[in-house]
Design a protein around this ligand. Sequence first.
Ligand SMILES: [Zn+2]
Length: 379
Amino acid sequence: MGQASADLLESSGHTEGIKPGWLRQTMTSNIVGTTRPQTDESAARQSIACKECSKTRVVKKRLPQGWKRLDDTYFCPDCWRNRYVLRAVVFAVAGPLNLSWQDLRSALKTLSAETTRASNWMVKELALVDVPRDPSLARIPKMPRTYLYPEARKQFPTLPSQTVAALEQAVTRTYKSKGYQIVWTCKAALPTFRYPQPVPIHNQSWTATLENDRPVVTVRLGSVRSGLRLKGGPRYHRQLSAFHLIVSGEAIQGECSIYERGSDVFVKLVAWLPRRSSANKPSGLLRVRSHADALLVAANAKDERLWSYHADQIGRWVAEHRRMLQHWADDSKFEQRPVPSFAARRPQASLRYHRRMNTAADQAALLLSDTRSGASLRR
Ligand SMILES: [Zn+2]
């Protein structure tokens, strides 16, 4: 149950609701590119070597495609992907720490409106620069290089500079991915960014911390800086294990984005999480048992309770089903006919009951198998 709703949140909260599906990839693959500056003056026209496999490349101005830089070391695309996996986790905000909800919402509204406006402005600028299709052309010409940042800064002064830079990258990528259909085949219209767009926070402009074991993300929103307490608990165990890796520095944090959906505010964190190799496979023992008031209770080696999964509905279903069967058994003694009037309903009710229980068992097993990795990661 808990697992299902957390998944739901993640998909509806981000990928479908907010922006067109094709943007998803652009937004999430953005991270390390923006986090570690790709252009490095000191490394201009130098040779770099992959830390793992020693493959070398000559760097002109920016890192070759797919190469990543981590502090002073470099990784080729293959070695990077062997080490890290890109993940996004979504949390609901439980409350702002040094702001009122009202101030948080109003800051978000302003920034979200500006983000939407800036994204749409950028798309139009890109379309203006792009070469229109000409009957004399045999193939699509290369799109001229663009640099919208300086003008965008002037037009949208309330957006932080890093947000503008991140937006330009994301919007340009989006435009280019559709450029062929827009300019050449005319099968696609210019993308429109609908309000409210999530507010992107550059990877160096947010921090993840634990305060009294509760996850907190501190961000700068326009002129204000605030901690946001995030919702935790067993429902978020998957997100929490990623969060712990970000806090400990084992994961490399990427962009964060904040958005409002209905009455809730959500924070989406993107990070490269370390792949678990055989060397750091989860170890330790998670003891899980049933308890009078919970279907599953997990404890660590010291027998401290880590989490409980109550699933109270299952107890209710069992009691209800037993009661129904007992009533039918009682009533059949008083039925005059050889086949009681409720004969058809009895097997139907049993079938429904068994299906329900199977689903509940599957969900509990899924929760447990997911938690196993989460709990061990938290150590
Ligand atoms: Zn390598």
